[in-house]
Design a protein around this ligand. Structure first.
Ligand code: CMC
Length: 374
């Protein structure tokens, strides 16, 4: 047996053809394409197709996928009824986790584990996650839900369903690129969770529900919300130094910095930094971008740490008018493409994931009956 490694750091747990990360060279590769290849050139839907099928779609294949997504953009009545029973202040990630689990209850393909059935379910998950997020977000504000439009892509439709107005081209392009940047990331905690569930030959809804639970934690997807709360708490670029000194003195973890794999910087942050700046300039308010830049410089100076994907996505989403507690659900909306790709790959060549633990407890104790234990 190999020796114990806390947090499974650097342990190669399986073989995959989906995503490659080079933590020293700041590289993130989906199916052979560096992430930068897509930005400004591809839509999220094209990248989803690539993750699922291993190659980029032709125009005809992309049209079919778009039609399938549009056909699935309708929430089952049972689900709407369920969401309506949740308290208004329910945590959006808890709503999403519960709703996705419920989708599995009403899916006609629920227990069909063929690849074709799993692709149909993956399309439904991709189409419906953003609908659940937007539906609940409007409901809690006392607003009517907004229906998606079949002529818009997933990115523009989400902003439309959430805000009630159609995003402009810059907003659409930036949000679409954000979805691409979050789509997959090798064996992060939530993807590993999804694959572990799938490896028992459980169904894809169970795998995605479990993955949402893993993503929710502040050390994983939950960090982006904390980043925005930090920026709001600091409030002014002039206050960054003072705030950070205090936080580091209190041994606080600064959200949006550091990464288990990237040790010379997260390539996704380079694009997100630009988006934060572009949206700030468009709105004539670069305060959040400036504060973020200052924090980035100081964190490198003081701790040698770089921003990760969650850092600049926070101010980018804020300037897109997205409520803070939806940042992690949006991560799930994008990452469901990667989770489902990994689940499909796991089913295609499955072996039960079942590691070992190094036992560190006592041995050879003698049992004393309850009556003798006082
Ligand atoms: N702020 C302050 N110190 C930090 C931070 C941080 N954000 N990240 C790491 N460190 C320090 C940590 O205190 C430790 O120092 P020491 O050795 O003196 O105790 C050292 O760096 C190594 O940290 P670690 O926790 O052992 O490293 P890890 O590989 O287990 O953790 C991490 C990676 C992402 C959990 C961690 O960097 C962190 O907690 N970051 C903040 C949360 C965050 O932004 N999470 C999003 C991750 S990227 C998106 C995703 O994949 O979901």
């Amino acid at each position: 047996m190999t020796s114990f490694k806390a947090g499974l750091e650097d342990i190669v747990a399986l073989r995959s053809e989906i995503c490659f990360i080079d933590g020293q060279r700041r590289r993130l590769v989906y199916r052979g394409y560096d992430i930068g290849e897509f930005i400004g050139k591809a839509t999220f839907e094209e990248v989803v197709y690539l993750l699922w099928h291993g190659e980029l779609p032709t125009q005809a294949q992309l049209s079919v996928l778009r039609e399938q997504i549009a056909a699935a953009q309708d929430l089952p009545k049972e689900l709407i009824d369920l969401i309506r029973t949740f308290p208004r202040d329910a945590e959006p990630m808890a709503v999403l986790r519960t709703a996705v689990s419920a989708l599995g209850v009403v899916d006609p393909d629920a227990n069909n584990n063929d690849r074709e059935a799993n692709l149909r379910k993956s399309v439904r998950l991709l189409a419906r996650l953003p609908m659940i997020i937007a539906y609940h977000a409007r409901l809690r504000e006392g607003q009517e839900p907004v229906a998606p439009r079949s002529d818009l892509g997933l990115a523009a439709n989400f902003l439309l369903m959430l805000r009630g107005n159609e995003p402009d081209q810059l907003e659409t392009d930036i949000f679409d690129a954000c979805l691409i940047l979050h789509a997959d990331h090798e064996l992060n905690a939530s993807t590993f969770t999804a694959r572990t569930v799938a490896s028992t030959l459980s169904d894809i809804y169970s795998a995605v529900t479990a993955a949402i639970g893993a993503l929710k934690g502040p050390l994983h997807g939950g960090a982006n919300e904390q980043v925005m709360r930090t920026l709001l708490e600091i409030g002014d670029p002039e206050r960054v130094v003072e705030w950070l000194d205090q936080a580091l003195e209190n041994k606080q973890r600064i959200m949006g910095f550091g990464h288990r794999v990237y040790k010379t910087g997260d390539p996704r942050a380079d694009f997100l930094r630009q988006f934060s700046q572009q949206l700030g300039e468009k709105r004539g308010d670069t305060r959040w971008y400036q504060m973020s830049r200052r924090l980035e410089e100081l964190m490198f100076e003081k701790k040698g740490l770089y921003p990760n994907v969650d850092f600049y996505s926070a101010s980018t989403y804020y300037m897109l008018g997205i409520p803070i507690d939806l940042y992690t659900p949006i991560f799930a909306f994008s990452r469901v493409s990667g989770w489902t790709a990994h689940v499909l790959e796991q089913y295609a060549d499955n072996r039960l994931i079942r590691p070992r633990a190094e036992y560190a407890g006592p041995m050879d104790l003698q049992f004393r009956p309850l009556a003798e234990r006082g």
